[in-house]
Each structure stands twice: as C-alpha cells, then as structure tokens.
Design a protein around this ligand. Structure first.
Ligand SMILES: Nc1ncnc2c1ncn2[C@@H]1O[C@H](COP(=O)(O)OP(=O)(O)OP(=O)(O)O)[C@@H](O)[C@H]1O
Ligand SMILES: [Mg+2]
Ligand SMILES: [Zn+2]
Length: 508
C-alpha cells in the first residue's frame, strides 16, 4: 500500500514542502530510501525501524520503499524520522480513518519512540498556513513556537504512540486550539528574572556618550565609542536595547524565525518579545559572524536582526570579519552560499562598537601617559578600514574620568530615554512610513533634510574643515535629521547640524 505524507525542509528562514511517500509491498524485506538523502537520513532508517518496534508496533516484513520529494532539496537532519515512521504505519493500516495528507508532520524520533524537539518550526508553521494546510503535528516542546501562527491546528505529541493516536482521532479533538495564546504572548509582561535588566540610571555622568546613544537609538544609526579603559563603554553599550522600542508583531516573528532556525530559541519561548542583543567575542570566525554551513545557518549578524550587534574591542576583530560586515550593513540581509545552494537571512541590526584609542588605551586621556609609538597607533586604528567607518554615523569619545562616578545626581532611567526615542521614531514614520533616518538615501534624503540658510553655511564649513566626502555629508545630514526629530523640529536648524558635527571625533 502507498502512503503519502507532508513534511517540510527549511532553507534560510523559509520552509519548502517535502512529500514523504512510503510504499509497502510484497517482496524481500528490504528498506530503501530514495530522493538523494544524505547520511543522516540513511541513519534515520535504523532509528525508524527501532522506534516502531519499541512503540509496540510491528515493522512490516515486506519491501519498504521511501521517497523524499522533491529530490533536489537538500534534506539534512533527523526531522523526517517521524513522517517516515508514520508513513510506514499508514501504509500498513495502523493509521486509518482519516486523510492525513493535509497535516504537516515534523519530529525527530528516539530509539524508544519518544519525539525530540527540532529547529526551525516557526518558518514551517508560517509556510503551512500559507499553503492552506489544516494542521501541524510536532514535538510538544516546539508547540509554543508554532502557536504564534494563527489559523493552524497544532497537534503536540511526545511519542510515536501519541502521534498515531492523535492521527486516528478527529482533528479538533486531538489539537490544542491556542488562538488566545498569540494575543497574550504579545501583551505578556516580560518574565521576571533575578538578573535585573541593566538600566541607564546606573551610569554616572557621561552626558555626551549617553546623548549619542539616544540619537543612535532614535534613528537606528551605527555608533562607535572610543575611550580609555574603565570609562563605561561596555556598560553603556549593554544598556542600548533598553532604550529601543519593543518589537512589533512582525519584527518578533522575523526574529523568532531566525532563532528558531539557528536553534537558539530558549526552551518554551513562543515568540521573542525583547530585541536581540548579540555580543560575539573578537575571536569569532567569519562563518560564525556571517552565517554558514552545509544546511545554511544564520550567523551573529542575523541573530542580531531587529536588535543590536555589539562589537567590543573592535580593533581586535580579524580584518576579514569586519570587511564582511560591509555588505550586510548596507543591504540589511545576507546571502550565504555553499556549493550549489544558497540561502538568504535577514540581517538588519544596529551596530555598536567600542574600542580604545590606542593599544595601551590612554591616548588623549590627559591624566595618564600613552606609551604607544606612532606606528603602533596607526596600525591599531588602521585595522578599522575606511569603508567600515563610513558606515558608522556617530563616533563619540568616552572619557575615563573617575570623578563623575561618585556623583550623586539623579541619572535618567532607560524608560525615560525610551519615551523620547519612541516619539522621534513616530515622527520619522509619519514622514516616510517604515523608513528610519539612517536608511534615507538619494532623493528621499534630500527631501527629508531641508536646511535653512544658517545651517547650510555651517554644513559647508564642516565639509571644508573635515574634507567630508559626499557619503560623509549624507551621514551628517541623517544624524542632524534625527537630532531635529528628537527636538520635535520640522526643519533641521543650525543647532542640530552643530550637534551632529560633534559626533565625528577622531576619525572625521
Ligand atoms: N559612568 C560610570 N558610572 C558608573 N559606573 C561606571 C561608569 N563607568 C565605568 N563604571 C564602572 O566601571 C566598570 C568598567 O566599565 P566598562 O567595562 O564599561 O569600561 P570600558 O570602557 O568598557 O573599559 P575597557 O576599555 O577596558 O573595555 C563598570 O562595570 C562599572 O562598574
Ligand atoms: Mg569594555
Ligand atoms: Zn597608547
């Protein structure tokens, strides 16, 4: 008898349908699989056979042929174990009564017949819904992720035995209808933790860097913090997500898809509601940063999608890794290719980088002496190439003065700063929907950044003094536009341009 079941393959953050056909016919008892399966699928043959037996079913003593179609989709991982096992049981009549072709089946089988969680469930759920499938049968631990998608029945199961009984029942009795889950998810208060969220009120003084981070958050600009050790660069960078607006539903879905595919979604998380903050160590390899693998996996830049990528000690990163950031910084996505396959991942993140001004860290400190030679300094700063710097809108010095730390003045909380950021973003969206200032280019940039007579003069002076390129001028304009938005000003005025010019320290 022939059984045909639906499963899925994840390519990038998209899911493609995979059809699992199982034929059980009279003949010598051999078990073959076709459809270009890789080694892990060949191993799955043994798992399927053992799991069926250990669940108390009989493995057919006939000829079993499995075909995974389409043949040209690379199928890695163990996520076809469950559909194959269910296909065999359907072809031998153990599963009956109802058409299961409309249900997408996912899961990895253990030898004892239990079902293990898998990666990439959310993209499959989104695709299943788009293709008009009625239900999704999947490991129980993955159910919260899939419940995010409206209008799809979810059949969570823990074992092969449970899967068989779920498929032998009418669909609405077997499924959990978690329509309400989605709305409560977005409205849910963040899970309380013993580790309190870092807050800007902990940072004493440092008015200028704090202001720069507020501007960066408001316009989604990239920032570089430069300063002597102990000034609080790392401390402030870690507080950036706290002043960004919360994810909206679409952004949350995008982030969750990427983390679902990468397998970095914390257990039990249905939907990510906090913006990601990724801080890879400077020893990171290019594939880990950009994305890689035989079945492509997202890298740090995609895990930071819709959030913050923090590169601490920027000058210590391998040059190749930094160079590879240029294109995704521009396009907001990255294409990872390997052999004949390629996959695209979203990668729209805010870059925040921190570094010392020289190898010893004390150049320009005023209180401590810098011991570095000129060539040493040049080599250090030279690691950050011009084209990368060109994509950083704000460069700000973080002084390491001890005095501000004992100050008792009330410092603003992240919540207060975030209110202003949200208001400034609303102003940007009301001009060009969906486009923040840092993404304005060409004619849209000129249209949105109208300067008055005085600011034109100041701008011209800055272009002359700092020898600004056309790209540098655009950057200055974008930052001035964001400063004007924070000040609720329709036009860019002289003081906005003047402030923007301040954030060109050192590398101007
Ligand atoms: N402005 C500040 N207010 C309160 N505490 C501060 C401030 N600056 C620094 N600190 C304290 O000093 C510690 C070290 O700061 P941090 O690690 O952020 O410095 P850094 O600038 O990143 O130094 P490095 O260049 O060595 O990486 C912080 O964990 C914090 O306890
Ligand atoms: Mg640091
Ligand atoms: Zn030095």
């Amino acid at each position: 008898m022939l059984a045909s079941l639906q499963s899925a393959a994840v390519v990038g953050v998209d899911a493609l349908p995979v059809i699992v056909e199982v034929d059980v016919s009279y003949g010598l008892p051999i078990f073959t699989m076709v459809g270009l399966p890789d080694t892990s699928i060949r191993e799955s043959r043994d798992r399927v056979r053992t799991a069926i037996r250990n669940s108390g079913f009989q493995f057919p003593a006939h000829r079993v042929t499995v075909n995974l179609a389409p043949a040209d989709v690379r199928k890695a991982g163990a996520s076809y174990d469950l559909p194959i096992a269910l296909g065999i049981l359907a072809a031998t009549g153990v599963i009956s009564g109802r058409d299961i072709r409309d249900i997408v089946l996912l899961g990895e089988l253990s030898l004892d017949g239990s079902i293990q969680p898998i990666r990439g469930v959310l993209p499959v759920a989104v695709a299943a819904r788009r293709d008009g499938r009625s239900a999704l049968l999947l490991p129980r631990a993955n159910a919260p992720e899939a419940c995010v998608v409206d209008g799809l029945r979810i059949l969570p199961v823990d074992s092969l035995l449970e899967a068989v009984s779920a498929l032998n029942q009418p669909i609405d009795r077997a499924s959990v209808d978690l329509a309400a889950v989605r709305s409560t998810l977005m409205g849910a208060a963040p899970v309380p933790s013993n580790d309190p969220q870092p807050d800007f009120s902990d940072v004493a003084g440092q008015g200028l860097p704090k202001r720069a981070l507020e501007i960066a958050a408001a316009g989604a600009h990239n920032v570089l913090l430069v300063g002597a050790p102990g000034g609080g660069k790392t401390m402030m960078a870690r507080r950036l997500p706290g002043i960004l607006p919360r994810l909206d539903f679409d952004e949350a879905l995008e982030c969750t898809s990427v983390h679902s595919v990468a397998g970095t979604l914390p257990a039990g998380t249905a939907l990510m509601t906090e913006r990601p903050f990724r801080a890879p160590h400077h020893t990171i390899s290019e594939p880990a940063m950009i994305g890689s693998g035989a079945s492509p996996r997202p890298g740090e830049i995609s895990l930071a999608h819709n959030g913050v990528l923090f590169l601490d000690e920027l000058a210590e990163f391998p040059r190749g890794v930094l160079e590879a950031l240029r294109q995704p910084l521009e396009e907001g996505r990255v294409t990872v290719a390997r052999a004949a396959r390629s996959a695209a991942f979203p990668a729209r993140f805010m870059l925040i980088a921190a570094m010392n001004p020289c190898p010893c860290g004390f150049r320009g400190d005023g209180r401590r002496l810098c011991r570095c030679s000129d060539p040493q300094i040049q080599r250090y700063v030279g690691k950050i190439s011009g084209p990368l710097l060109d994509r950083i809108d704000l460069v700000v010095e973080v002084p390491a003065t001890g005095t501000c730390i004992v100050a008792t003045a009330h410092e603003e909380s992240s919540g207060e700063i975030r209110e202003r950021v949200i208001a400034a973003r609303a102003r940007q969206h009301s001009r060009v929907a969906g486009l923040l200032n840092s993404r304005l280019t060409g004619s849209t940039l000129r249209d949105q950044c109208v300067l008055d007579g005085q600011s034109v003069k100041l701008m011209e002076a800055a272009i002359g003094k700092f020898c600004l390129s056309a790209r540098g001028t655009d950057r200055l304009l974008r930052v001035a536009r964001t400063i004007a938005d924070l000040g609720a000003s329709r036009n860019i005025r002289r003081e906005h341009v003047a402030e923007a010019i301040q954030y060109r320290w050192m590398f101007a």
